[in-house]
Write a protein that binds this ligand. Structure first.
Ligand code: ADP
Length: 599
């Protein structure tokens, strides 16, 4: 099987979880590449002037002459035949300067990168946890022990205890394991019923809402039986919002006295809609919570039956609520049905812009790249671009044949979940427009909706044999790293975007962002043609949700690339040095933790 002949079959293939013959075959090969990297979490890593100029770690002996270029005819896709996420062990970060007031934080979450990552939530939990660890805090992450977790990416996996946790009139024997992954201690909660079984993080054949309700209570039960009393329990999204209710109305009245709860809302689109009888299975009396000032979903008031919203309950019951950018905070205070409850609790509602983990996302050390690079030399980026182009069968020039940008085709990448929020019609339009403008584009995305999947499969069939567009409907952490490194531009045309990581990761890898002005995109990307903002301008921004608006930004970006190669080069170096690390954001979180913790 070759890439070209199987691009359409690949669209269903998940290299992380798949048991297809291809990935089984790969695993024997991967062993030869296994190595560990220790990320130097240097004190100065986060200084703006230092970002991106750590010493480049090139593969020993790698030259253009002995580079093994991939081809679409390769039996194993190039992103699977090099190092994979399972081969990379990320050690604990070295301490940065310790904060003065040290805190014990336990994140309770449905995702963490890379072992249980579906989108940005996973990146944020891991990035924030590592940043707090490096500042001297004690951090644990509590995660469901999903059956699909890659155990080879965890070390020191040990059973801590077995305890019973309540669900729907029964006490379910539950195992708690401890492990270390990405340098972070993780506690994995494994019920002995059907919850969290199956090949995926979400969408298993069990009731997801009940499973996460169970998980919330099991985490508190675990803390109670083991006598664990962190200063802060940090919950995320609707999946773990109910923990605040269970904590204050049940476990705080039992033995847990010290913890305070911080809730981060990463995306207000998912409310955790819950029928009363489902909620009752947690052991709380649902009638008590079905009121406007507690957890009733206001849109269902007067309906028969009314419903609860776990996210709303979390907002009411948590000591502090955070959302992931200042602009998204403003947007959520002025629109959406949750705005009234957020306004009521405005004093405890904060907007903290996410960071990216600059150790995990570092083009100077990234183990997934065929050639590393930094602001002192972009040769490695040129190689990454050619590597990806060759591997996907996109036309390229030999490296070194021309240094003139005009002779090269701009490569635009779009790496995203394929859901309405991400501007699907704009992604489709971008494909057309990039082709018309003579550029190249790679879409890496996965759809959870069958209709969307079909539509993009159709586009893949139409374009993937052609000379300029590749659409890969898979999830691949490895390929995403290579694409950010290869890209000249990264497109994020979201209809709304609470924060968005792709534009920040793209910039770190020298890919100029083209974004819609919304949420965190508005807080991180500033238009090159906005004279009032010249010092911070770093990309191309559009406002409307129509195709013409997108074209206006794309056309400007592609024209800038081909008409002003020297200025483009300067822009690339400028964006690589922007400090979007977790350092600033972690400091803000620590101050929120300090403001609510019990003294
Ligand atoms: P969201 O959380 O809404 O999905 P973000 O921009 O906050 O959006 O985060 C998305 C994260 O998921 C980024 O790290 C991005 O690179 C990654 N990602 C999205 N789709 C894929 C994919 N198909 N393969 C690999 N990584 C992906």
């Amino acid at each position: 099987m070759t890439i070209m002949s199987t691009l359409s079959s690949l669209i269903h293939h998940n290299p992380l979880n798949s048991k297809t013959p291809t990935s089984l075959f790969c695993s024997s090969i991967r062993k030869n590449h296994t190595f560990s990297i220790k990320f130097p979490f240097l004190h100065n890593t986060h200084l703006p002037s230092q970002v991106g100029i750590q010493k480049v770690a090139r593969s020993p002996g790698l030259t253009l002459e002995n580079m093994k270029w991939p081809s679409p005819d390769d039996e194993i896709p190039f992103w699977e035949s090099r190092i994979t996420t399972s081969d990379v062990t990320i050690e604990a970060p070295l301490s940065a300067d310790n904060d003065s007031n040290l805190t014990h934080i336990v994140h309770v979450t449905a995702e963490m990168a890379p072992i249980a990552k579906v989108g940005g939530l996973g990146d944020v939990v891991t990035g924030l946890a590592r940043a707090c660890l490096s500042r001297g805090h004690t951090v644990d992450i509590m995660l469901p022990f999903y059956e699909c977790l890659p155990k080879q990416q965890m070390t020191e996996l040990n059973l801590i205890c077995t305890f019973d946790s309540y669900h729907d009139g029964n006490w379910v024997p539950t195992n708690a394991y401890r492990a270390v992954t990405s340098g972070i201690p993780v506690i994995l909660i494994e019920p002995t019923n059907r919850f969290f079984k199956g090949p995926r993080i979400y969408g298993g054949s069990y009731d997801e809402l009940e499973a996460y309700l169970f998980f919330c209570r099991a985490c508190l039960e675990y803390m109670q039986v083991t006598g664990t009393q962190p200063d802060i329990i940090h919950v995320h999204e609707w999946q773990t919002s109910a923990l605040s209710l269970l904590y204050w109305d049940m476990y705080h009245r039992l033995s847990l006295k010290k913890p305070r709860i911080v809730l981060t809302i990463h995306n207000m689109e998912h409310y955790g809609e819950c029928r009363k009888e489902q909620f009752g299975k947690s052991g709380l009396d649902s009638d008590v919570y079905a009121t406007a000032d507690k957890a009733v979903d206001d849109r269902t008031i007067g309906h028969n039956p009314e419903r609860l919203s776990l996210l709303k309950g979390g907002i009411v019951y948590s000591n502090a609520v955070v959302t992931v950018s200042p602009s998204y905070l403003k947007e959520t205070l002025s629109s959406g049905w949750l705005s009234s409850i957020l306004i009521k609790y405005r004093d405890k509602y904060n907007g903290v812009l996410n960071g990216i983990d600059t150790a995990l996302w570092n083009p100077a050390t990234d183990p997934f790249l065929p050639s590393k690079f930094d602001v002192q030399s972009l040769d490695g980026k040129t190689i990454c671009k050619e590597y990806v182009q060759r591997g996907l069968g996109l036309p390229t020039k030999d490296v070194g044949a021309s240094t003139h940008v005009k002779d090269k085709k701009p490569l635009v990448v779009c790496i995203t979940r394929l859901v309405a929020q991400k501007g699907l019609h704009l992604i489709r339009h971008a494909i057309k427009r990039v082709e018309e403008l003579g550029g190249q584009m790679v879409v890496l995305g996965r759809a959870s909706n069958g209709q969307v999947q079909k539509e993009f499969e159709g586009l893949a069939t139409l374009h993937n044999q052609g000379p300029s567009i590749r659409i890969l409907l898979i999830y691949s952490e490895e390929l995403s790293h290579m694409l950010y490194a290869a890209a000249d531009m990264v497109l994020v045309p979201s209809i709304y975007e609470p924060c968005g990581l792709a534009q920040m990761i793209g910039m770190r890898y020298g890919a100029v962002p083209i974004v819609r002005r919304t949420g965190g995109l508005a807080d991180t990307v500033f238009d090159m043609d906005d004279q009032s903002n010249h010092e911070i301008s770093n990309g191309f921004v559009f406002e409307g949700i129509d195709e013409k608006s997108l074209s206006s930004a794309m056309d400007r970006a592609l024209a800038f690339y081909s008409d002003k190669p020297d200025e483009w080069q300067k822009l690339v170096l400028k964006i690589m040095q922007i400090d979007n690390s977790w350092n600033n954001a972690a400091a803000k979180y620590v101050s929120i933790y300090n403001s609510v913790r019990a003294h």
